[in-house]
Structure formats: structure tokens, C-alpha cells
Ligand binder design. Structure first.
Ligand code: NZQ
Ligand code: ZN
Length: 381
């Protein structure tokens, strides 16, 4: 295990009717801006719960943060927050609203070109504090300090670091209004966050391995229940907590990480707007296939402990493990090829060229360059 420093300051308030606890979490002295997506919060009653809990508070609302939140939209939020002298941001939504709000929090007090907040990691700014009410389980953004922002003008999807939320409210009952497609994408996103931290080398940490396998096994177990018309509350609760635990730093202490699947997935979304979870379901099985030499031992461990694959030659076991992974995604009604999602072949070429121009070499061995990405994307067709 490598040396590490771990800190995660986010307070998690979890369970039924927890939005009502807002008054215990938020000071009345703040000038608050509530941030929302396109309207689901009004349809499913979350907005009404928030308004009721915030009676007597001074707040304004910013609506319209879209899926794969755009810099151009978020700058309108930044301007509104500056104009209203906002001192606290409360994001109410999925990963897109939360990430977008992290950008707003970073930009409000910044005097330079805000686009640079996405491209220059060295810029230090004073954050405006934020908190979240999660309406979609997937990204873990409610308990980390990352954000992924799309720039429409340049077709970029850029990873930014921001502030940790002060607190996050997670009520599994809010997930009942999600379309099954979003539940499926949330399961896949959570599964692949876990795999990208797990599927590198064996023998780094038994504890990290078992925690990651615990999340993967839980997801495999609850997925059929989650796809039913009325999943049980306990399955929703396990799903929601799995998503948070998969990307809050708890399963990556002192170990190598990969993230190649995510970076290719972000590029696919940047050019096509394809939903994040779908891009991952396409790319991950091919990353496993192309990198099966270097990841082989860990794929065997994953196959045995998560899918119960213990017989056959090593080659067959690896093959069957990759097949199980892909079939799992397809069992959630997600198509695991680019053509199956109507993505034109020209997109792959653009991704490879941009990877080359950025001189990226990613993955735990820093060897996934543009040529390997070409091979991976050719298999995604
Ligand atoms: O906009 P509204 O009307 O609210 O509808 C949303 C949106 O259309 C809807 N939705 C959310 N909660 C709902 C609901 N519909 C009904 N009932 C509810 N309770 O779902 C749609 C998708 O929402 P979105 O926030 O885009 O989904 P998700 O949470 O999957 O977030 C995806 C974004 O997060 C980034 C992705 O790249 C993508 O931009 N990620 C952020 C990460 C992070 N910050 O750590 C890590 C991830 O790997 C990921 O990259
Ligand atoms: Zn993700």
C-alpha cells in the first residue's frame, strides 16, 4: 500500500424525509441560491419539500442546469449569484446539477477568465460554500470535490476540482421518480467507478479489494430489484449509498487507479452528448479486453469473487468475466456498442486525434496512448 492522506469532510444525512432537516443544517444568515436541473424536482415533489423546509430563509432560485452541465449555462448562474450577493449554494439534483454548482461555487469570487478554472489546475480561488440534495444515485459528486463540465464552444468535457459539499441529504425515496434508463445508468456508473479503482493490480490492499468487491456484489444483487416497477426501499437505499461510497475516496486509499474508461467516455459525450453511464458500458469491457495482459490477475480475482468464475483455463476465465460484465450492463437494457447507440464512426477518429494532441498516457501504467485508444474504440464499434 502506498502512503496517502485521506480527508472527507462531507456530512451525510441519509434516509426518509430528511429534507425536513434543512433548518438544522443551514444558517438563516446566509443568502442562499438553490440550483436545479430542467424540472424533475417540481414534478416529483422535491421542490415543495425544500420550499417548506426553507420557510423564513432568504433564497433565490437558478433553474436549467442541463445533463452534462455546460459552462455557458453555468456562467448565467455565476452572474445571477454575483448580482444577488449569494453566500451559500444548495444544489438539488443529480451529478449534473451538483457538478455545475461546484463550478458556480468556484467561479463566483474569481476575477479572471472563468474558462481557465477548467483548464488550469493551479488557480486557487475562494469557494462559495455549497451543499446538496441528491435526486439521482450515480456520480458520488455529493461526497467528493470533483466536477465534470462541458464546454459547448470547444466540444470539451473537462474534469475540474472544486469544494466538498458541507453536507448532502440523501433520501432514497426521491429515486422512485427516476426513469429506469437513469437507474440503469446510475448502476453502471457506480459499478464502473468501483472497477476503475479496483481493476489494476492484485496485492495492494486486501481491505480496499474487499470494500470494492462489496459494492460490486451489492450492485449485482440488487440490480434486478431496482429494475422492477416498484423496487423495495431497502434496495433503493443500498443503491444510493453504494453510489456515494464508490466515489468518495474510501475505496482508493493507498492504491493505483485507472480512469481510462471514464476519460474515453467523457470524450464520447463531448462529441455526441451520449449519457455518461452508456459511454462507460460501451468502453469498459473493451478496456478489459485490450489490457487483459496487464490487468489479467485482477480480472481473475474479480471474476472469481464477483461472478463466481473458477473453472476453465486462465484465458477462458478472463473471457467469461468480461462477458459477464457486458451482459450485466445489457441486462439493464443498455446497448454496449457505439453503433447500437447511433454514434458515427467519425467520432472515434476525433477522440484519438485529441488524445494524441494532448499527449495523454493514462491508466495505472501510464501507457494508454492514442494508439491504444484507437484499438479500444475499434472494438467498441
Ligand atoms: O434536469 P432534470 O429535470 O432534473 O432531470 C434529470 C436529468 O434529465 C433527471 N433526474 C434527476 N433526478 C431525477 C430525475 N428525473 C426524475 N426523478 C429524479 N429524482 O435525470 C437526468 C440526468 O441527470 P444527471 O444529473 O445528468 O445524471 P447523473 O447524476 O448521472 O450526472 C451525470 C453527470 O455527472 C458527471 C457526468 O460526467 C455527467 O456530466 N460525473 C460526475 C462525477 C463527479 N462529480 O464525481 C463523476 C462521474 O464519473 C461523472 O463523470
Ligand atoms: Zn462516472
Amino acid at each position: 500500500m502506498k502512503n496517502f492522506t485521506f480527508e472527507n469532510p462531507v456530512k451525510i444525512v441519509f434516509g426518509k424525509d430528511t429534507i425536513a432537516q434543512l433548518p438544522q443544517l443551514l444558517s438563516k444568515n446566509e443568502k442562499i441560491m438553490l440550483t436545479f436541473g430542467g424540472g424533475s424536482a417540481k414534478k416529483n415533489g422535491v421542490y415543495d419539500q425544500v420550499v417548506k423546509a426553507l420557510e423564513g430563509y432568504d433564497y433565490t432560485e437558478f433553474w436549467g442546469i442541463e445533463a452534462n452541465p455546460r459552462f455557458e449555462t453555468l456562467m448565467k448562474g455565476v452572474e445571477a449569484a454575483r448580482k444577488e450577493n449569494v453566500t451559500f449554494l444548495l444544489a438539488i439534483g443529480g451529478g449534473s446539477v451538483i457538478d455545475g454548482t461546484k463550478f458556480i461555487s468556484k467561479a463566483i469570487k474569481y476575477n479572471g477568465d472563468e474558462y481557465e478554472l477548467l483548464t488550469n489546475r493551479k488557480i486557487i480561488t475562494e469557494y462559495t460554500p455549497l451543499a446538496t440534495i441528491v435526486t439521482l444515485a450515480a456520480t458520488g459528486s455529493e461526497m467528493n470535490n470533483g466536477a465534470v463540465i462541458t464546454v459547448e464552444r470547444t466540444h470539451e468535457k473537462l474534469v475540474m476540482s472544486g469544494d466538498f459539499p458541507k453536507f448532502s441529504i440523501l433520501d432514497p425515496e426521491i429515486l422512485y421518480s427516476l426513469p429506469k434508463f437513469q437507474i440503469a445508468c446510475g448502476i453502471i456508473d457506480t459499478f464502473i467507478h468501483t472497477l476503475e479503482q479496483y481493476l489494476t493490480k492484485t496485492g495492494q490492499s486486501r481491505l480496499m479489494d474487499r470494500w470494492a468487491e462489496g459494492i460490486l456484489q451489492s450492485l449485482v444483487e440488487i440490480a434486478p430489484e431496482l429494475m422492477k416497477p416498484e423496487p423495495s426501499y431497502d434496495a433503493m437505499a443500498d443503491f444510493m449509498l453504494s453510489a456515494t461510497m464508490a466515489l468518495n475516496g474510501f475505496i482508493s486509499m493507498g492504491i493505483e487507479e485507472d480512469w481510462v474508461t471514464h476519460m474515453i467516455g467523457h470524450e464520447i459525450t463531448a462529441y455526441t452528448n451520449l449519457t455518461h453511464g452508456v459511454t462507460l458500458a460501451i468502453v469498459m469491457p473493451r478496456v478489459m479486453e485490450v489490457l487483459k495482459e496487464e490487468k489479467g490477475d485482477k480480472i481473475l480475482q474479480y471474476g472469481e469473487r464477483v461472478w463466481g468464475i473458477t473453472s476453465g483455463t486462465l484465458e477462458e476465465r478472463i473471457h467469461n468475466t468480461i462477458a459477464c460484465t457486458r451482459e450485466f450492463f445489457e441486462s439493464l437494457d443498455i446497448r454496449t456498442s457505439l453503433s447500437g447507440n447511433d454514434i458515427p464512426e467519425s467520432v472515434s477518429g476525433k477522440i484519438v486525434e485529441r488524445w494524441r494532441s494532448r499527449k495523454w498516457k493514462l491508466g495505472e501504467n501510464r501507457n494508454v496512448d492514442a494508439d491504444l485508444v484507437r484499438i479500444i474504440l475499434d472494438k467498441c464499434k
